[in-house]
Design a binder for this molecule. Structure first.
Ligand code: GAL
Length: 363
């Protein structure tokens, strides 16, 4: 009897400890035993990353998976050190939002050599040792940005404000933008008067870049094709200072609360909605399968040469790209607010009640 009690107590303590460790006996995760995932973020300056960190951590905990999450504050070396540290802490799978898609390749290769699988989350890492690259249709994002601006102004002096030059997505957005703009540049309808990349996707840097462009061009700017909401809103500050807010169309991306608020105020022309509420679960499900050595459906092998535009890049990467939605004043309410992606009160901040659409039920 005493022995049975000791056995029972031991079992209870063991299961309590397992639970405290974020492990549970439920879900497919239990199959592979004790799964530990490392989440590595470039920064938390872009509003989407802390949201996705919380989403993925919550989903992982719910499946009894341990998570180590770290943020590199745009520091390329720090990010690689943090990843190495996760490897020594025994993660089976890494999910990485890379600050620099080239620099992070060495961390991915080291992880692979140690038998650890890596998912490049949203941004490509230039390594054919990746287990998966999960993102959105980034070329379609760029196309939507150019088309959104052209719907307002289709001729004159255009500014191209790209994202971080170390982020492969920035290049893919530009590729999509040029697919749409190039014919109009070729026929002389559009003149690109400035073409710049914004380090770290920084809104502050975008603002000063835009100030210089306005000065250099005597404020004769007809449109700005900018690559995300943060940089667009930075550029908008510079336009505002010259009385040009709402007069010069500009594009964004991410459907941030601030970006959508700017759209309803008639300043930002458009943004791109990427439903990260689908990308985060996809990454966690994929990570669990990778940890359990289960097959992953729906991935397509694409060459790094095609993904990077660099013909010398070797190898292929298993990819999946989720669809995107172009958002402007006409559909922001349906796509962003009603779907619960951004709060009604944030999107309609400073808008008088009489000019707001009805508050969706339960918000
Ligand atoms: C890109 C990402 C965008 C945007 C940007 C700034 O890689 O695809 O959604 O957030 O980074 O962080």
């Amino acid at each position: 009897m005493k022995k049975a009690l000791i056995v029972l107590l031991t079992l209870l303590v063991a299961s309590a400890m397992a639970f405290a460790n974020g492990s549970s006996e439920q879900g497919s995760a239990a199959k592979g035993g004790h799964i530990k995932i490392g989440l590595s973020f470039s920064d938390f300056e872009t509003p989407r990353w802390p949201v996705e960190d919380a989403l993925m951590t919550k989903l992982a905990y719910a499946k009894g998976i341990q998570v180590i999450s770290q943020v590199a504050n745009h520091d390329v070396k720090l990010q690689n050190d943090q990843i190495e540290n996760m490897i020594t802490q025994g993660v089976q799978v890494l999910i990485i939002v890379a600050e620099d898609g080239s620099a992070a390749a060495s961390a991915v290769n080291d992880a692979a050599a140690a038998g650890i699988k890596t998912i490049a989350y949203d941004r490509l890492i230039k390594s054919d040792k990746l287990a998966a690259y999960l993102s959105f249709d980034n070329v379609a994002v760029g196309e939507a940005q150019a088309k959104g601006v052209l719907a307002v102004v289709n001729h004159g002096n255009f500014v191209l404000l790209g994202g971080s030059p170390t982020d492969n997505n920035a290049k893919l957005f530009r590729q999509g933008q040029m697919d749409v703009l190039q014919p109009l540049i070729d026929n002389g309808q559009i003149k690109v008067v400035a073409d710049q990349w914004v380090p770290n996707w920084s809104g502050t840097q975008a603002e000063s870049i835009m100030e210089n462009i306005l000065t250099a061009n005597n404020n004769q700017i007809d449109a700005v094709v900018s690559s995300n909401d943060d940089t667009a809103l930075g550029a908008l500050q510079a336009l505002k200072a010259q009385g040009l807010a709402g007069k010069v169309p500009l594009s964004g991306q991410d459907a941030t609360a601030a970006g959508c608020n700017s759209i309803v105020k008639g300043e930002l022309t458009m943004t791109v909605f990427k439903d990260v509420r689908l990308l985060s679960p996809l990454a966690i499900d994929t990570a669990i399968k990778l940890a359990n050595n289960e097959p992953i459906d729906g991935l397509q092998n694409i060459s790094l040469a095609l993904l990077t535009g660099d013909k010398s890049a070797q190898g292929t990467v298993p990819c999946k790209f989720l669809p995107i939605v172009s958002v402007n004043k006409d559909n922001v309410y349906d796509v962003v607010v009603k779907s619960g992606f951004q709060p009604y009160d944030d999107v309609y901040r400073d808008i008088p009640d009489s000019q707001r659409p009805p508050r969706p039920a339960g918000m």
